[in-house]
Design a protein around this ligand. Structure first.
Ligand code: GSH
Length: 339
């Protein structure tokens, strides 16, 4: 490690220690009355502002689930838009309480940057999009291509690995936000755009003529995307982890925003009764009201409802469940039990 890196690392630790107030994030959040949640600056379906200026989408839904769990009110969230580059400083410095923004769980982010990932809300992988007019059928045909690429991402690193592995060269066109990527790509300033395949589908859904663009068949990486918090605050980490798990468990057991009242009163499944707070004290164990799980499902919906509402097959983004189906349906979405 160079002296500079040691100094930077030491600085980061001091920063986290000072701002993180260690094990007190849940208390801080309760005291201020809202969750400060980092999201992306905008990806169709995943993170966007509606006509009233409110943040919505597949990722903000995780923030809303946490607010429903903590306050019984999913609207108690303030949002901080972050880019690939700014997101980790925002979290480490204490500016945000959690990050819910298509962020890949990797070893170095976990161990070196000092964060804790709480699960996966979307299993993804990196792909390439090209205009049909370029006449490219495979990522292996991209030798010499110029590539729009977001800085501070795993995308950047995977791209370098992939081209190196295949003895090909490329010219990076670095950009910071998805919006910039789309503008540059559509203006022909890069031949191809590479990012998480979900991001490609989202970008393409915003084009005037989506069918003029092809997503190439190769998926060159694993990108498990999920929420994260600062390392060292297990109590707060548990709240975010189990809020995500509650969304997933509710779908597994067929509990929806529509039937949750009936399920809470009449379900024959003891796990459903525990999750919804009719029986047991799961909420209390988390430092929350026992109705935490009920409030999540009632106000935000279950995982499948959130998926279909924002990014599913019947939305412009049009994603199939694929790996993100429940394990019982052939996917790998799986939450540990509420017991
Ligand atoms: N999953 C990758 C890439 C995440 C990423 O930055 N994705 C882009 C494209 S989907 C994005 O979120 N853009 C929106 C923005 O920059 O605000 C990572 O964690 O590094």
């Amino acid at each position: 490690m160079s002296t500079m890196k040691v100094l930077l690392a030491a600085g980061a630790v001091t920063l986290v220690g000072a701002a993180g107030a260690s094990a007190a994030t849940l208390d801080d959040v309760k005291a201020k009355g809202f969750v400060q949640c980092g999201v992306s600056t905008g990806v169709p379906g995943f993170s966007f502002t509606d006509d009233a200026g409110n943040w919505q989408g597949f990722d903000p839904a995780v923030c809303q689930a946490v607010a429903a769990a903590v306050f019984g009110d999913s609207s108690k969230v303030k949002y901080t838009p972050t880019t690939g580059k700014t997101r980790f400083t925002a979290l480490a410095s204490g500016e945000i309480d959690m990050l819910a923004r298509n962020t890949t769980w990797t070893l170095s982010r976990d161990a070196d940057l000092g964060f804790t990932f709480l699960g996966v809300n979307y299993y993804d992988g990196q792909g390439f999009m090209a205009p049909n007019a370029l006449g490219v059928g495979s990522a292996k045909d991209l030798d010499g291509a110029s590539v729009c690429i977001q800085t501070g991402t795993t995308t950047e690193l995977n791209l370098a690995d992939f081209f190196r592995l295949n003895n090909m060269s490329y010219e990076p066109v670095p950009i910071e936000t998805q919006e910039e990527a789309i503008t540059n790509y559509q203006a022909g300033r890069c031949d191809v755009y590479t990012t998480d395949a979900s991001g490609l589908a989202a970008a393409r859904s915003s084009f005037d003529n989506p069918k003029d663009h092809v997503i190439l068949p190769e998926i060159i990486s694993k990108e498990p995307l999920g929420p994260l918090v600062r390392e060292g605050d297990e109590v707060w980490g548990d709240v975010v982890r189990w809020s995500l798990n509650a969304l997933i468990l509710a779908e597994e057991y067929g509990v929806t925003s529509e039937n949750v009242d009936d399920m809470a009163a009449n379900s024959a499944n003891p796990e459903v009764l525990r999750l919804l707070g009719t029986e047991g004290s799961m909420g209390e164990m988390l430092g929350l009201d026992n109705k935490w799980g009920y409030n999540i499902v009632k106000q935000v919906g279950n995982y499948g409802e959130v998926f279909e509402k924002y990014i599913g097959a019947n939305t412009p983004v049009g994603l199939e469940r694929g790996l993100n189906a429940q394990y019982k349906d052939g996917g790998i979405i799986y939450a540990p039990p509420a017991r």
